[in-house]
Design a protein around this ligand. Structure first.
Ligand SMILES: C[N+](C)(C)CCCC[C@H](N)C(=O)O
Length: 288
């Protein structure tokens, strides 16, 4: 099984993550807390109360973990295409796979990466939602002291299965939308590239950026539900499942709840995925 796709996915995932992290924190807060009036209000309050560091809460952990997840995603995607079409990544420009194969491989990659992503994403969301300022002498410590403490506390208080809270919503979010992600990327690259040639850097950046925006736009409703289910254990609010969480969110906040974080998700998705695809493509070309 070729491994360079896993390594390229690893590095490109880490680069994309750092770039998009502040957007991600604002998104998670807007989706799960009701104290902010909008993106700008959340930016200002976070900065005033927690300084710039507030935007990077819990990042050290995702930088390692999302790199693993991205590596699984791109590695499984590329190896599924290899199994379906018998072409390696070097051969795919000359013999492009069909969109059906790209979609299937993307869904497979999405489905497999959920198993790694679920606990990491849960810890990230819990840490991002701690709005206490950095520890000052005398102030009460935040609920979780860091990623490891967070993981241990969840295991103790909610059981080891608590680490997979929201995993079902995450799987429903990621399986189809990662198929859409790779199809959008391939389609846009092929539109702007003469047949058989490698896409230019500009094409890769634009195609990667739009693949991010399109897939996140489709994924946002389930992203909101996923984040709420992940927070539920902490707030001692129990949803009976994905449908129950959807119904009770709509009942209380109207249909607009499904679009919470859409603007910020899209603003984040462009740079993150442009950089992810650019570094992925170039690393693979560089390794031949
Ligand atoms: C498919 N869905 C939109 C849910 C996720 C796409 C993930 C792509 C990238 N790691 C990012 O964080 O933007």
């Amino acid at each position: 099984m070729p491994v360079e796709e896993f390594v390229a996915g690893w590095i490109s995932g880490a680069l994309g993550l750092v770039l998009g992290y502040p957007f991600d924190t604002v998104k998670v807060r807007l989706q799960t807390q009701t104290t902010y009036r909008g993106i700008f209000d959340c930016l200002v309050k976070t900065y005033r109360h927690e300084s710039l560091l507030g935007f990077f809460k819990g990042m050290s952990f995702p930088i390692a973990s999302i790199a693993v997840v991205n590596s699984v995603l791109f590695g499984v995607y590329s190896n599924t295409l290899l199994a379906l079409t018998a072409t390696s990544h070097q051969e795919r420009r000359a013999q492009p796979p069909s969109y059906a194969h790209v979609f299937l491989a993307g869904c497979t990659g999405g489905f497999v990466q959920v198993y790694c992503l679920a606990p990491f994403d849960l810890i990230k969301v819990r840490l991002q939602n701690q709005t206490e300022p950095r520890a000052r002498p005398g102030s009460p410590p935040p609920r979780y002291r860091g990623p490891v403490h967070c993981a241990v506390s969840i295991c103790q208080e909610e059981g080891p299965r608590g680490l997979f809270r929201g995993a079902w919503a995450l799987m429903l979010r990621d399986t189809p939308t990662l198929g859409i992600y790779f199809v959008t990327y391939e389609w846009l690259c092929r539109q702007s590239t003469p047949e058989g040639q490698n896409p230019s850097s500009a094409s890769v950046l634009v195609a990667g950026g739009f693949a991010g925006i399109v897939s996140w736009a489709v994924a946002t409703p389930l992203d909101v539900i996923k984040s709420r289910m992940q927070m539920a254990g902490l707030k001692h609010r129990v949803y009976r499942g994905v449908l129950d969480c959807m119904a009770s969110s709509v009942r209380q906040e109207g249909l607009g709840v499904f679009f919470r974080g859409l603007t910020i998700n899209s603003a984040r998705a462009f740079p993150v995925n442009a950089v992810t695809f650019l570094s992925y493509e170039y690393l693979l070309r560089w390794w031949g």
